[in-house]
Design a protein around this ligand. Structure first.
Ligand SMILES: Cc1cc2nc3c(=O)[nH]c(=O)nc-3n(C[C@H](O)[C@H](O)[C@H](O)COP(=O)(O)OP(=O)(O)OC[C@H]3O[C@@H](n4cnc5c(N)ncnc54)[C@H](O)[C@@H]3O)c2cc1C
Length: 262
């Protein structure tokens, strides 16, 4: 973690699925869009800052994938344009009609957000008061023994079931791409047990291929679509539509997709 970059932001480099995610925070934008593109200036800033700390300065050709997101921060009235100065806390808003809206917040505080929201709803709806149980709820796949950092470890207690699936059919044990650690059984698992229905459900959200290596994700897309079509009983038209849709999405993860911020 670089706590103070040349322009006063933070930068981090995090090991993730045998790759490194290098990122920074954040650039104010005028309005939201569904598919925000990375800014050329951000990429240059990250490469430049990383060069000062890594023994071999990274270049553009080291970038395997680029992604960006819009942070839903709550702005209290007019004032600062510096997004880093805005609170990361969540806000609960109750409408005249009684509609309860929760906005902002963070991944690391989601249980607290849920608790706050449900407590407000109980009061609003005059429901019987009962203590929130979130502190004691374990997430799906919870297992103390598993190393959550390894590739299969992210599945928690499901890992053993996926390994069993891989033993069922020789094809299920096959790697999907030489540059990434994923096997066919993970695709079959995602369709059968994780409600994956589209190619990007699998390649972006069930396994993280698109985020880790966009070119590799594009190269493995036909094999993944074929596996999915077999599981979902879909025809070639479906496969082709999925491939076209995925190519459109993946284009914005290629390093060359960056746009110059005006
Ligand atoms: C730049 C940035 C930095 C952040 N940094 C931090 C941080 O340091 N610490 C922290 O705690 N939080 C951080 N956050 C906030 C955190 O990422 C969010 O609070 C958290 O991800 C919200 O989780 P979620 O599951 O509600 O939504 P999301 O993580 O947004 O998940 C929604 C999912 O639904 C998928 N989806 C949407 N539409 C469809 C559809 N039609 N079909 C199928 N899938 C669909 C999306 O692709 C996405 O995967 C950051 C956010 C951003 C943008």
């Amino acid at each position: 973690m670089v706590p103070h970059t040349s322009d006063g932001r933070v930068m981090f480099a995090i090991p993730w699925h045998e790759h490194t995610v290098v990122g920074t925070t954040d650039t104010p934008i005028d309005g939201p869009s569904y598919d925000p593109l990375p800014f050329e200036q951000e990429i240059e800033f990250i490469l430049d800052t990383a060069s000062r700390y890594l023994s071999r300065p990274p270049t553009r050709s080291d970038i395997l994938s680029v992604y960006t997101g819009i942070r839903p921060l709550v702005k209290a009235g007019a004032g600062t344009s510096k997004t880093s100065a805005l609170s990361r806390d969540h806000t609960i808003h109750v409408d005249h009609s009684g509609l309860l809206t929760i906005v902002g917040g963070k991944w690391t505080t989601y249980r607290h957000m849920a608790e706050d929201c449900v407590d407000h709803a109980i009061t609003l709806g005059s429901l019987p008061d009962s203590e929130c149980r979130t502190h004691h709820l374990q997430i799906h796949g919870y297992d103390d023994e598993i190393d959550g950092l390894s590739n299969m470890g992210v599945y928690g207690s499901d890992a053993v079931l996926i390994q069993r699936l891989a033993e069922e059919e020789p094809d299920f044990a096959k790697a999907l791409h030489p540059a990434l650690p994923y096997i066919a059984a993970e695709v079959v698992w995602a369709v059968r047990h994780e409600m994956a229905r589209t190619l990007d459900d699998v390649l972006a959200r069930r396994i993280r291929a698109l985020f880790l290596n966009s070119h590799a994700a594009l190269e493995m897309a036909p094999a993944v679509a074929a596996l999915m079509a077999r599981e979902l009983d879909r025809d070639e038209t479906w496969v082709n539509t999925q491939l076209v849709e995925f190519q459109k999405l993946a284009a914005s993860y290629l390093p060359e997709s960056a746009v110059v911020q005006q």
